[in-house]
Design a protein around this ligand. Structure first.
Ligand code: PGA
Length: 266
């Protein structure tokens, strides 16, 4: 953590919960964040499945927890069967959206050019975007991790101006660490986050790079969060499995708040 960047912790529920358990989870989460003393101290967000967004949003009410979509369409509106636009997300109270999660990059073959369009339209709609980048295990073993991530960043930010792109949170999620129980070491995460900050400085400038939040995702849990968040360029996390348990997610938010406070932030 760095004092100048407010931590961001997102809970990506993926294709989990049902209507009732999603609302219960949101309810439990609000209570757990208050109990952990981290409500409103950091930016916390949840990304429920599309059909439950409205209900979860109503449950969250005036809570400072941000509501977000797990994806949005690359087009504004029209004949795109089954897709959900960024404006629709805004319309039902979302303030954030995840773009380019590896389960979409690899499972659904979404490439950087396409993700750039999604990012541009999400930002244009007023959403904050969590842009995911990350290498596969084969790419890491071949020593290509930093080059792969740099290419993804360049492709996805593309022609966006700094004024537009300042609502982007970058999530570094090594593909081999997602849902596998295998996390990057805090040192590996720090090295990649520093490299990402270097790419952002190159794409924009050092001020932009210094103010952009770069969060880590991949098997973060209540036990390992503290060590990862202690690294100076790690500004929070994108949490999958552990976000489905209110207590665990609240502990992770608390770890972020404590790491920030230890770094001199408030
Ligand atoms: P995980 O997922 O925490 O279950 O590894 C992280 C993510 O996919 O964002």
């Amino acid at each position: 953590m760095h004092a100048s960047r407010r931590p961001f912790v997102g809970g990506n529920w993926k294709m989990n919960t049902d209507l009732a358990s999603g609302a219960e989870l949101a309810d439990a989460l609000m209570a757990a964040l208050v109990a952990a003393g981290s409500e409103g101290v950091i930016d916390a967000a949840v990304y429920p499945p599309f059909p439950y967004l409205f209900t979860v949003g109503r449950t969250l009410g005036h809570s400072p927890i941000l509501l977000g979509g797990q994806d949005c369409a690359a087009e504004a509106s029209g004949a795109f069967t089954g897709q959900v636009s960024a404006d629709m997300l805004c319309d039902i109270g979302c303030r954030s959206v995840i773009i380019g999660h590896s389960e979409r990059r690899h499972g659904l073959q979404e490439g950087d050019e396409f993700l750039h369009q999604k990012l541009a339209i999400a930002l244009e709609s007023g959403l904050q975007a969590v842009l995911c980048v990350g290498e596969t295990l084969a790419q890491r073993d071949d020593g290509l991790a930093e080059a792969v991530v740099a290419k993804q960043l360049r492709g996805c930010f593309g022609t966006l101006t700094a004024e537009t792109a300042d609502r982007v949170v970058v999530a570094y999620e090594p593909v081999w660490a997602i849902g596998t129980g295998r996390t990057a070491t805090p040192q590996d995460a720090q090295a990649m986050h520093a490299s990402i900050r270097g790419v952002l400085a190159d794409l924009y400038d050092s001020r932009f790079a210094a103010q952009t939040r770069i969060i880590y995702g991949g098997s973060v849990n209540a036990k390992n969060a503290r060590a990862i968040f202690a690294e100076p360029d790690v500004d929070g996390g994108l949490i999958g499995g552990a976000s489905l348990k209110a207590e665990d997610f609240a502990s992770i938010c608390r770890a972020a708040a404590e790491a920030w406070s230890a770094a001199g932030g408030h």
